[in-house]
Ligand binder design. Structure first.
Ligand code: PMV
Length: 336
């Protein structure tokens, strides 16, 4: 048995990520039906501190911006229940978790990805304190996956893939051409309404979706082609697949048995506007969407000014409420 202090405090920050190849549909314990690949963000992150008191009985308090959020307990306790048994100390101690997001709530930035990546990085520190043994990045990614699938792609950066080396965790993508090393993401908020359908329900609808097999094939083909485009610097091929993936994701939602639509009128308007802008200027700017109405616009740093000017004009015309400018990042960090 190691000697350990009974009260441990750790903290970490972790960014969100935006998928180029979408994870949609799962089996078993948060295992993906298809491989996915994403860009790790930088400025859109969650910072979390976690105090574990092993002298106290089990209790969980979660705060967002210093306000107690009892409604967060259920999701975190579900995660505790999925963790391997060496983390059972969580069920015998008091945890106080304090968290802050740098981005506004319900803006289409996956807060569950950054939240569970930050929690898992904190948990890896608690683990090292208790067992005096470091967890590898892939182990931290595996812990994050158990909280929210896409969170496993937020541990490292600038690009991560999940479902290639293993379905259990994500790994960093190494072979990326210079053309993609300065990627930007302008997140165009058209609606801050709460999502009507959670992504868990969306994933579940893939189980008996009429296009399930076709989607798995499409995702695998797109994944292989996108990796080739990233390796060889083929920006327009990259963009073509990026847009197809986002539109397929939303088409799958609309064509599921319990059909639903997350696009808002301005999501569609922006698709038209960006295609027109690209046709007129020939600039390499392409869109994607998460499971929500807000567009993520992906482009290289070299055309940053042109894109910003155009987006600010669209905002002035009332098509966009808010724009968050982000860029590639390196993943989660311990903040002790
Ligand atoms: O991690 P979840 O269960 O919130 O699912 C996220 C799914 C998408 O954001 C739509 C796609 C992805 O790969 O991130």
């Amino acid at each position: 048995m190691q000697n350990h202090p009974n009260k441990i405090q750790v903290s970490a920050k972790a960014p969100s990520n935006i998928a180029f190849i979408k994870y949609w549909g799962k089996y078993g314990v948060q295992l993906p039906l298809n491989p996915s690949l994403s860009m790790t963000l930088s400025d859109s992150y969650t910072k979390t501190s976690w105090t574990l008191d092993r002298d106290e009985d089990y209790a969980l308090e979660v705060y967002l911006d210093d306000e107690l959020q009892p409604s967060f307990n259920a999701k975190i306790e579900q995660w505790f229940n999925k963790l391997p048994e060496e983390f059972n100390f969580l069920k015998q101690s008091k945890s106080i978790i304090k968290t802050h997001n740098t981005f506004p709530h319900s803006t289409g930035i996956a807060s569950s990805a950054s939240a569970f990546a930050a929690l898992s990085t904190c948990l890896s520190q608690l683990y090292s304190n208790i067992y005096t043994n470091e967890l590898e990045k892939k182990e931290i990614s595996r812990l994050a996956r158990l909280g929210s699938g896409s969170a496993c792609r937020s541990i490292e950066g600038p690009f991560c893939e999940w479902g290639e080396a293993s379905n259990e965790y994500a790994t960093k993508l190494d072979e990326v051409h210079e053309n993609f090393k300065s990627l930007k993401d302008a997140i165009c908020i058209v609606s801050s309404k709460e999502k009507t359908i959670s992504s868990s329900i969306g994933h579940a609808m893939m189980n008996d979706h009429p296009f399930k097999d076709a989607r798995i094939k499409q995702a695998n083909d797109n994944y292989t082609e996108l990796k080739e485009a990233l390796r060889n610097g083929l920006f327009s091929k990259f963009g073509e697949i990026l847009e197809q993936e986002a539109l397929s994701l939303h088409a799958l939602m609309m064509s599921s048995k319990d059909s639903y639509t997350l696009f808002e009128p301005n999501s569609i308007e922006l698709i038209h506007q960006i295609r027109k802008f690209r046709n007129e200027t020939n600039l390499p700017v392409y869109f994607t969407f998460d499971a929500g109405p807000n567009m993520h616009l992906i482009y290289p740093e070299s055309i940053e000014k042109d894109v910003q000017n155009y987006l600010e004009k669209l905002k002035g015309d009332g098509f966009i409420n808010l724009i968050l400018y982000d860029h590639l990042g390196d993943g989660a960090l311990i903040c002790n």
